[in-house]
Ligand binder design. Structure first.
Ligand code: GCV
Length: 840
């Protein structure tokens, strides 16, 4: 018997209030009208009706989405059908329901949980588009997939696909705090929490779940892994159940980070020893109560014995002891326990040449292999340190054969430009996922390990630290959304190429114009390499201020402390010796073939040389360049690459909407200036340390530059930058104790057209204003109103403003007038006057 019903569509309720055009709120789910007649014509034959065979909220949401997307892109309202016999229709249902209604159709062999098939079918003279899911989520994912094909204007004439996700765990983690801040979040306050409670308005949580579902994400851990102790209190569980409610129709299950000391800290016990029977009973009760409120709760994420967090080591217990207690409480409810392998001692002895933070995860977890319960997953950051711009993959992936594993990737750009720099991370993640660890001397790429294929594990997957915020466009930089999208696509299918992901995202986000697509693709696909070049080449890691912001350059902050992100640079050479022969022995944690490759200087790839070896600055790379010259050149190449993004983007004026065009342009201009700051800071530092000159004579020689401290100053006084390398020549000027100060210089260049760049420092607080005059006439005024992560002259705050194509002649006077505000002393670094491209 056919079990058909009328799908109750809430389309108008869901999308009644149209969002303002092109502010990024819709992400890649814009469903922009296809205006090209030829493209639209190919979809004319699609059904005008939809029949939904399943009553579950998730399938109903799939139907709503299909109707919304078809209306947006094709301008057609899909009718809700009740009977298949009435004519052409999209048919949405589980494979069992579809088979019952179309006996001729058989579910594809090998379709796994959450997978789907999309198949056009002719029957009884009617055309049907079957969207058959292995389950309700599969129907939803299939519906999004069909809409994506239309959005990208793909040819559907011979379209028929069947897909299953790579792994069961495809989660995002949010590092949100109950007070509304987000640890390492760069796009505003939390969409979940405010001032200690869950927000009243859950609409953004629902919209987020929709974006996640569209790329197959099925779980979200809602709070910081540095978990608030209040998470497991009854009041908080009541409140977070509203987040789970908002997620549920989109098939996204809610998870939570918990602190292992909870039984003692909030449970009234005098211990949190995981093996104490009272602690075991406490966890069981807490979990039972949680599931009474949130029956589809996904599980816990645990950070323990790491960066000051409590952990089992306090009682002489292991991660296995702790993980299994929580896992056993979760097991009867179908919950999972994701135990993070990011466990290390941040009080390492810098003077000990054998000490090595990179070793920690393997040293701690490898001996525990096979002892974790089957609903425990060890969540491993992709590299052994901490989301640096280039790291080898963690050897732990190959060190656990009898344990479920998930890879942790960071979507939020903590060490990679913090949503102010364009860095498309998919190529980096692909490099990690595709890396063949050669465990047991056979083909074992990381992706197959976490999928569970390589060692025949039942569970595994992906956790992406997303940290979207209340900013209307979710991740602040409009192009950063490519990373969230790309994470989902890779979690669904890690074999997808970075090019395909870039291309699909661009089409959906900015439209199908050929110039737009090729330009943005190129920008995205070159951006990781560019960022690596100007921040941390040869495996040095991001040479940033690791003690505070993790943003601007701060090379020495890595050294002489317990955090273990050392680069061990001295006057003769640089790099961590991690060899088995003479170093920390880290390389020996890899399976033999990989270990052999890294151990030898002959076979170690240049890109990871200084991660694995300590060499002299004069050591010759495979490229034939010396290490020091490579450092210099890479920084010039990278900064030039960042400048090119501005030119690339400017070609899109008029081809993308004004709002996003202007926003991206401003960010790319900022990035180009900050890339120069990075270049100069790193190169100045290595020049001073090595004493070896740049063969091209660029480092330390900036003939176009006038240092602020060398200008005629009124009110301004000279000040040191800390660290010194973050200001040109180590110094800048500040206006303290005055309402306004000036710095002037007389031009001594041949007459011509020039670009004038002013490098200044924009503190987090205060909005200084600046006026730039040429011979007393105002050329440009600007406000230092960015909220960069420091309140001093350093690599975080160094910023540039450029005035293009100015006619100059000898004797002209440039004057900058600074007006301090709220403790920000209108600081200046230098003025650079270079031949204008417009002059050529
Ligand atoms: C949530 C790095 C980050 C921390 C983060 C930690 C982690 O150290 O800087 O902010 O803490 O990683 O992943 O636990």
């Amino acid at each position: 018997m056919r079990r058909l019903f009328i799908a109750l569509l809430g389309t108008s309720l869901l999308w009644g209030a149209s969002s303002p055009a092109e502010n990024g709120a819709d992400g890649w789910l814009r469903y922009a009208r296809i205006t090209d007649a030829h493209a639209a014509a190919q979809y004319a034959g699609l059904p005008g009706r939809m029949v939904t065979l399943d009553e579950s909220p998730v399938v109903r949401r799939a139907g709503d989405e299909l109707a919304h997307g078809v209306e947006g892109m094709l301008g057609r309202e899909l009718q809700n059908g009740t009977s298949l016999a009435d004519g052409d229709a999209f048919v949405l249902g589980t494979v069992t329901e579809v088979e019952a209604n179309f006996p001729r159709w058989k579910r594809p062999a090998g379709l796994r949980s959450e997978g789907f098939a999309i198949v056009p079918l002719k029957e009884h003279g009617h055309s049907y588009w079957l969207i058959a899911g292995a389950d309700a989520r599969g129907v939803l994912y299939g519906s999004f997939r069909l809409l994506e094909e239309i959005g990208e204007q793909r040819d559907l004439r011979s379209f028929a696909i069947s897909e299953s996700p790579s792994a069961p765990v495809r989660w995002v983690d949010q590092w949100d705090n109950l007070n509304g801040t987000i640890e390492r979040g760069y796009a505003g306050q939390s969409i979940f929490f405010d001032n200690g409670s869950v927000r009243a308005d859950m609409s953004r949580a629902g919209e987020y779940a929709r974006l996640l579902a569209s790329v197959g994400i099925n779980g979200c851990a809602i709070n910081n892994v540095n978990a608030d102790l209040k998470m497991l209190t009854p009041e908080m569980i009541d409140q977070v159940s509203r987040i789970a409610d908002a997620f549920r129709p989109w098939g996204v299950r809610m998870a939570m980070s918990v602190d292992l000391s909870s039984p003692k800290a909030v449970g009234g016990l005098d211990t949190f020893d995981p093996l104490d029977p009272r602690v075991i009973a406490w966890w069981k009760k807490a979990v039972d109560e949680l599931y009474a409120k949130i029956p589809d709760f996904a599980g816990f994420v645990v950070k323990a014995d790491s960066e000051g967090r409590a952990g089992p080591s306090q009682y002489g217990r292991t991660p296995v002891d702790a993980a299994n207690v929580l896992a056993r409480a979760l097991k009867p409810h179908g919950g999972l326990l994701l135990y993070r392998a990011f466990v290390y001692n941040h009080h390492l002895d810098w003077n000990d040449p054998k000490a090595d933070r990179a070793r920690a995860a393997y040293d701690i977890f490898h001996p525990l292999d096979g002892k974790f319960d089957d609903n425990v997953i060890v969540q491993i950051k992709h590299g052994p340190i901490d989301f640096q711009v280039r790291e080898p993959v963690s050897p732990l992936f190959a060190g656990l054969h009898k344990t479920n594993e998930a890879i942790e990737l960071q979507i939020t750009q903590e060490y990679t430009g913090q949503a102010r720099h364009l860095v498309f991370l998919v190529p980096m993640w692909k490099t990690a996922l595709d890396f063949d660890l050669r465990a047991e001397n056979r083909h074992t790429p990381v992706k197959e390990i976490i999928e569970g294929k390589a060692f025949d594990r039942p569970l595994g997957g992906f956790a992406g630290v997303a940290n979207v915020g209340l900013d209307v466009n979710w991740l602040s930089h409009p192009l950063a959304m490519a990373n969230l999208y790309g994470f989902g696509r890779l979690a669904w299918d890690p074999d997808t190429s970075a090019q395909t992901i870039a291309d699909d995202w661009t089409r959906l986000t900015f439209g199908n114009n050929v110039t737009v697509v090729s330009t943005i693709d190129r920008m995205l696909l070159s951006s990781w390499r560019t960022y690596e070049e100007y921040t941390g080449p040869l495996g040095l890691g991001t040479l940033t201020d690791i003690l505070h912001s993790h943003y601007g350059p701060g090379i020495e902050s890595a050294e002489r402390n317990g955090w273990g992100q050392w680069i061990r640079a001295d006057h003769n050479g640089v790099g961590m010796d991690r060899t088995v022969a003479t170093g920390t022995g880290y390389i020996g944690q890899y399976p033999p073939e990989v270990s052999k490759m890294y151990e030898s200087l002959t076979t170690c790839p240049d890109g990871l040389l200084l991660f694995m070896h300590h060499v002299a600055y004069t050591y010759k790379l495979h490229s034939g360049k010396t290490v020091i010259q490579h450092i210099y050149d890479a920084h010039y190449d990278g900064a030039a690459g960042a400048a090119k993004f501005v030119d690339d983007w400017q070609r899109l004026k008029g081809l993308v909407d004004e709002e996003r065009y202007e926003k991206v342009l401003a960010l790319q201009e900022y990035q180009a200036g900050h890339a120069d700051e990075w270049r100069d800071a790193v190169n100045q530092w290595f020049y001073k340390m090595s004493g070896i000159a740049d063969v091209q004579d660029r480092v330390g020689h900036d003939p176009n530059r006038v240092e602020a401290e060398d200008m005629q100053l009124e009110g301004y006084t000279q000040a040191e930058a800390t660290p010194w390398e973050t200001a040109s020549g180590g110094k800048g000027i500040v206006c303290s104790g005055h309402n306004a100060c000036t710095a002037s210089t007389t031009i001594n260049r041949t007459a011509g057209t020039y670009d004038i760049a002013v490098q200044y420092f924009d503190y987090r607080h205060g909005v200084s204003t600046y006026d730039l005059y040429l011979n007393g006439k105002l050329l440009k005024e600007w406000r230092a109103d960015n909220t960069l992560p420091a309140d001093k002259m350093n690599g975080d705050t160094s910023t540039r403003v450029t005035v293009h194509a100015v006619a100059l002649k000898p004797g002209d006077v440039l004057k900058i007038e600074g007006h301090p505000d709220d403790g920000e002393p209108s600081p200046l670094d230098y003025v650079e006057i270079s031949q204008s491209a417009a002059a050529h």
